[in-house]
Design a protein around this ligand. Structure first.
Ligand code: FES
Length: 342
């Protein structure tokens, strides 16, 4: 029997719409890429969430037997991962990024290890320098993949720096017992070692269209990396800076890191307010509790407030719920789950 064709329409946030045909058995992502439509994606297997879209009209289901990272309530609310999704009728999806975003070409580059610094009980700052002639464009918040030498595995990290600091690139690596990158950094890495990187990937990035709106950033652990990149990008941009609030937390004071970098940015940016949180053992000006518990009435400065959250999934869920309660529009909340991989 012939595979029936449906028409899928994708609405990008900049008002551009693109339509294409898809057979019932192919994934909407595959069909869109075949039609040369610039979508964000990475794993093509339901685990990275880069290809998320909101079903606005019609019927489209996750392929039978596929496992996705979407929660049941997200699926019920119409969210779909396009790499696993098949059309059951003509349908329309809304995307929360513009039509030019996915057209960025993924490149593979080489970078030299410049510095390996232990900056907290379980965090290393890895400074890399791109090899001569190599270049890696990325939006603040997006991630790159690094091939871990000698382990044959890839690990994903969001740069804590921006393209303005290239050819230098800073990554924050959480050390995990038995972790491939942790093992490499702690036992083998030498200055001048060469790493292979590819990118950019991911749909978590600073939205240009909201750059004048008040910003709230909530970061847990090394989820701080993409947030620092976003704050720096706002700092480096021209014009008046928006009000910004950063709430950053770790478990204990000895797990905190980059406090000097945060303080420096607070001094450079009079519109930036910061709250540093620890779950326990708070001393001095540290807030005791999660970075979500540090959010209060009055933090949402206007109906156009935009929020970026990066950290473990429970923190993201709690932060989203709290920010919505405080008056942030759900469509203005962008998040990325920080997943530790061994
Ligand atoms: S591309 Fe990774 S979840 Fe779809």
């Amino acid at each position: 029997m012939q595979d029936p064709l449906h028409t899928v329409t994708l609405n990008f946030s900049d008002g551009v719409s693109r339509s294409f045909s898809v057979g019932a058995e192919s994934s909407i992502l595959d069909a869109a890429l075949q039609a040369e439509i610039p979508l964000l994606y990475q794993c093509r297997s339901g685990s990275c969430s880069s290809c998320i879209a909101q079903l606005a009209e019609g019927e489209a289901h996750t392929r039978a037997g596929a496992s996705s990272t979407l929660l049941a309530n997200e699926y019920a609310a119409g969210q779909r991962l396009l790499c696993l999704c098949q059309a059951r009728s003509d349908c329309t999806f809304d995307l929360d990024y513009g039509s030019e975003v996915g057209s960025r070409v993924v490149s593979e580059v080489h970078a030299f290890v410049d510095k390996v610094e232990r900056i907290a009980s379980n965090v290393v700052r890895l400074t890399l320098e791109l090899a001569d002639g190599d270049w890696l464009e990325f939006r603040p918040g997006q991630f790159v993949q690094v091939q871990v030498p000698g382990f044959g595995v890839l690990r994903s990290y969001s740069p804590a720096s921006t393209v303005a600091s290239l050819p230098k690139l800073q990554l924050l690596v959480r050390l995990l017992p038995g972790g491939a990158m942790s093992g490499f950094l702690q036992e083998k890495a030498q200055v001048e070692d060469v790493l292979t990187l590819s990118g950019p990937f991911g749909a978590f990035f600073l939205r240009e269209e909201h750059k004048r709106a008040p910003h709230i950033f909530v970061a847990g652990g090394t989820g701080l990396a993409p947030i620092l990149s976003m704050i720096d990008s706002l700092r480096q941009g021209s014009g008046r800076k928006p009000p910004m609030l950063l709430s950053f937390g770790c478990a204990t004071p000895d797990a905190l890191f980059c406090l000097d970098d945060i303080e420096l940015r607070r001094q450079w940016l009079p519109t930036l307010e910061t709250r540093i949180c620890v779950d326990r053992e708070a001393t001095g000006e540290l807030h005791q509790g999660s970075p979500v518990s540090a959010l209060r009435e009055g933090d949402v400065r206007g109906p156009d407030t935009v929020a970026y959250l990066c950290g473990p999934q429970p923190m993201i869920d709690a932060a989203s719920a709290r920010l919505i309660e405080l008056g942030v529009a759900p469509a203005n909340i962008f998040s990325e789950q920080f997943v530790a991989s061994h």
